[in-house]
Design a protein around this ligand. Structure first.
Ligand code: NAD
Length: 498
């Protein structure tokens, strides 16, 4: 982020946008939901009304599928790939030009510190758009020798699903929307995007930017509203051949069973309970703050948050104390204030859920070293929380909390890599894991044994070039990288008798 924070007029602009009359985007037009129903959206840091959003329903999905199919058949599938590339690149430039405004809008709607929104979410969105722009011209099939008698030319081509449904959660609204839109558009699909009902605003602003940079009408449609209403209608619609979903495991499972009726292809990015393993020889000056940021960033509302720390007994006390000190000093508050390091949780329900997990941990015999309580009732604020004396079978260790709560456990033998991997792998999730050690051999051997989609050794972040996704109950398929773009295509084999 640039050194300056943001100008007052940027905040005014974002608030004015939030208050304007919003529409849903179908076929290039902003319109009311057919039912004319609306719902309210609130700022989680102040509980104040931010704006009023259309509540789309099944009738709107019908219209959007129609618009997207027409756009695919008449325009999008006829454009050269270089044109898709150019449009995606231009959208990246537009997001960059409006980065401060989008970051403030995200903070108003989601609560995360504006610096975090700018440096992590918006930057990742820009990088993803540019990365995916490049793929538009590079998706190829291959020639395949066949063994029938005679002379043949046979090859494969990659073709897009004409219309795809993209359903995203509230924890990183703009980043998740772009993580799906960019590869879908690069692959050549037309899209129907549904933001989470708690955070619709940046998706709507992105919709305006797609129009400004020249995406043809109907290529990108945006429907706001409830998961059980418009979300379910997207999943059920036979004209949508692929769903890419990020969200909770429960909804993911529901989508799998609903999609069975229409045999839709489905990609699922679900929850996690990621382990952070800190070995005896780890560089603690780096490992401790990184582990703390890994759970308190975005107030722990991150799918691959490192919510379980396993520290070797020789470093356990320092790790526990270090993470607790970090938590104690963390400035919790309204994300628009420059001093804020951790914003509120997204809602009252989320705050209650997180507090209940802490209470459950206490009942099960864990000890809360620091935090554990809500604070400052102006918003949904929670103190960063460190829990010790947990056992592997406690629910607080096994289940995704999606809040700023970390369990710190000790392990005894640095060399028992199989046991250590078993400890780290012992949840139903498999999204991420982090290892801290200076021993290259242990690092690789342990990484090999981890059942997680992304392993970070001594640091690292997200990059649009690296496939991201979960093993076990953390999901189906991968986003990002070549695989993430190809997930929006199907392979067709063509055989020509010569
Ligand atoms: P959620 O599953 O409640 O909602 C996600 C989205 O699905 C929202 O847009 C919602 O409206 C929609 N939805 C809800 N019910 C639906 C239905 N029946 N049909 C279609 N759509 C429906 O999840 P959430 O509470 O918004 O997000 C938190 C969850 O998301 C956490 O479990 C977190 O781990 C997960 N998440 C995963 C990743 C990842 O990449 N793996 C990233 C971020 C969040």
């Amino acid at each position: 982020m640039s050194e300056r924070y943001f100008d007052a007029d940027v905040r005014d602009g974002a608030e004015t946008f939030a208050r304007t009359k919003h529409g849903i985007l179908i076929g290039g037009e902003w319109r009311d939901a057919v039912s004319a129903r609306v719902f309210e959206t609130y700022n989680p840091a102040t509980k104040s009304l931010l704006g009023v959003i259309p509540e789309a329903g099944a009738e709107d999905v019908e219209l959007a599928v129609d618009a997207a199919s027409r756009a695919f058949n008449e325009i999008w599938s006829k454009l050269p790939p270089s044109e898709r590339q150019r449009l995606l690149w231009r959208l990246g430039d537009a997001v960059e030009a409006h980065a401060d405004e989008l970051a403030v809008l995200e903070t108003l709607d989601n609560g995360k510190p504006v610096r975090e929104a700018r440096v992590i979410d918006i930057r990742n969105a820009i990088e993803t758009l540019r990365y995916c722009a490049g793929w538009a011209t590079k998706l190829t099939g291959e020639t395949v020798p066949v063994s029938f008698p005679g002379e043949w030319h046979s090859f494969t081509v990659r073709q897009p699903f004409p219309v795809v449904g993209l359903i995203v959660p509230w924890n990183a609204p703009i980043m998740m929307a772009i993580a799906k839109l960019a590869p879908a558009l690069a692959a050549g699909c037309c899209a129907i995007l549904k933001p989470a009902e708690l955070t619709s605003l940046t998706a709507l602003r992105i919709g305006q930017l797609t129009q400004e940079v020249g995406f043809p009408p109907g290529v990108i449609n945006i429907l706001t509203g409830a998961g059980r209403g418009v979300g379910q209608a997207i999943v059920d619609h036979p004209g949508i051949e692929k769903i890419s979903f990020t969200g909770s495991g429960a909804v993911g499972q529901q989508i799998i069973s609903s999609a069975a009726r229409t045999m839709k292809k489905v990609t699922l990015e679900l929850g996690g309970k990621s382990a952070v393993v800190i070995m005896q020889d780890a560089d603690l000056d780096k490992a401790i703050p990184s582990a703390a940021r890994g759970i308190f960033g975005n107030a722990g509302q991150i799918c691959n948050a490192g919510s379980r720390i396993y520290a070797h007994r020789s470093v356990y006390d320092r790790v526990l104390q270090g993470v607790a000190d970090f938590a104690e000093k963390l400035v919790v508050g309204n994300g628009l204030l420059p001093s804020t390091q951790m914003g509120p949780l997204i809602s009252q329900a989320q705050l209650e859920r997180v507090c209940q997990y802490v209470a459950l941990g206490r009942t099960d015999g864990a000890s809360v070293v620091i935090g554990g309580n809500a604070e400052d009732e102006t918003g949904y604020f929670m103190r960063p929380t460190v829990v010790a004396q947990t056992r592997q079978n406690m629910r607080i260790v096994q289940e995704e909390i999606f809040g700023p709560v970390v369990c710190v456990q000790r392990f005894d033998d640095n060399n028992a890599l199989d046991d250590l991997a078993m400890l780290a792998n012992a949840t139903e999730y498999g999204l991420g894991a982090v290892l801290w050690t200076r021993d290259l051999s242990s690092a690789h051997r342990l990484a090999n044994r981890m059942r997680a989609g992304t392993i970070r050794i001594n640091g690292g972040g997200l990059d649009p070039a690296l496939p991201f996704g979960g093993m076990k109950k953390s999901g189906w398929g991968r986003e990002s990288g070549r695989e993430g773009v190809e997930a929006f295509t199907e392979t067709k084999s063509v055989i020509v008798a010569l």
